[in-house]
Ligand binder design. Structure first.
Ligand SMILES: CC(C)(COP(=O)(O)OP(=O)(O)OC[C@H]1O[C@@H](n2cnc3c(N)ncnc32)[C@H](O)[C@@H]1OP(=O)(O)O)[C@@H](O)C(=O)NCCC(=O)NCCS
Length: 302
């Protein structure tokens, strides 16, 4: 389309325009509060972590693409497109294509040869939602492989109760589940460094937001053998777990990143930790528990 200019955006001044565009394209199906929407931006304005590319028609923003650059600690150069949006009455005129091509050449110049849609720390969704068929056609046209399936899950907690077999598994294994305290800080990091290093960043974010108590740990003989993150409507740091709070009228909570030491796996302790913690968030007034971005739905459905 003629007269469309594609530019990198480096300040927060356009966030309200982006939010308006979100609301008129996807907001009905996927309502995000202004705060949640804003939360996704600061990291992208820091060039190291990602960016925003916008399409302008004269001076008006008519589309944008949000992306995230993964930290070096991820192991290899990689970026993720968090979303791409074009104003409804200007769709199918090539603006989405221009945004995507601009993005692809930009990351190539940064020496990055792999990218994906959705997922990672500042995600909106873990992938492309099933019901966004046009977006799927769009990415397919440009050879993105949409074969892998990941999902989000949600459960109503009204009648939720931990199953007896899992209570027994906890008793039998003689483990204790408690909120993390300051004294647990180094043991938590040491545990994760050894067992699940990719969770460390999330744990740091929770701690620096003063949400340490929302980390629950499982101990055997005073040594950590399991960890899980919990989120409730009062969490200071809620991350993608509570993005869709508006859909659930503010009653959403979450349990994320269940991690059991390898040595203790296959004893029912993962399920036991998870169920105990779901009961815990229920007691904090959470009515719906959200599990965001998993490729293990069978574990949670069970
Ligand atoms: C997905 C989206 C960004 C595409 O932007 P766009 O400017 O309309 O896309 P383009 O005009 O560049 O289309 C490029 C190709 O995508 C496919 N495509 C786009 N819209 C399509 C439609 N309505 N039906 C079928 N194919 C479509 C076509 O293959 C098209 O090529 P063609 O026009 O030569 O056939 C836009 O539809 C949009 O904003 N959708 C709502 C928000 C959304 O779902 N975002 C994705 C979140 S992950």
């Amino acid at each position: 389309m003629k007269n469309i200019k594609i530019k990198d955006i480096k300040t927060t001044e356009c966030i309200d325009d982006f939010y308006t565009l979100w609301n008129i394209t996807l907001g009905k199906k996927y309502p995000l509060s202004r705060n949640t929407f804003r939360f996704m931006f600061p990291a992208r304005l820091n060039n190291r972590k990602g960016g925003i590319i916008a399409a302008f028609n004269k001076n008006k923003i008519v589309g944008y693409l949000l992306y995230e650059i993964l930290p070096i600690s991820w192991g290899r150069p990689w970026t993720a497109i968090s979303t791409i949006i074009v104003e409804p009455n200007l769709q199918r005129k090539g603006i989405g294509t221009e945004l995507l091509k601009y993005y692809e050449s930009k990351i190539k110049r940064l020496g990055i040869s792999e990218t994906c849609v959705g997922g990672f720390a500042y995600r909106i969704w873990p992938g492309i939602p099933e019901d966004l068929k046009i977006a799927q056609m769009f990415f397919r046209k440009y050879s993105y492989n949409l074969e892998e399936t990941v999902c989000d899950l949600v459960i109503q907690l009204k009648d939720y109760k931990i199953k007896n077999i899992y209570k027994k598994a906890i008793e039998k294994a003689e483990v204790r589940i408690t909120n993390a305290q300051w004294d647990d800080l180094i043991p938590v990091i040491t545990f994760l460094k050894k067992e699940y290093p990719w969770y460390i960043g999330y744990i740091f974010k929770m701690i620096s937001a003063e949400d340490m108590e929302n980390i629950l740990i499982m101990k055997k003989n005073n040594k950590i053998c399991g960890i899980i993150q919990t989120y409730n409507p009062k969490s200071n740091y809620s991350y993608a777990n509570l993005h869709w709070s508006k859909v659930f009228k503010g009653n959403l909570g979450s349990c994320a990143g269940v991690a059991i030491a390898r040595k203790y796996q296959k004893k029912g302790l993962g399920a036991a930790l998870f169920q105990t913690v779901v009961e815990y968030v229920q007691k904090q007034g959470v009515k719906y528990c959200y599990i965001d971005w998993t490729d293990l739905p069978e574990f949670y459905i069970k």
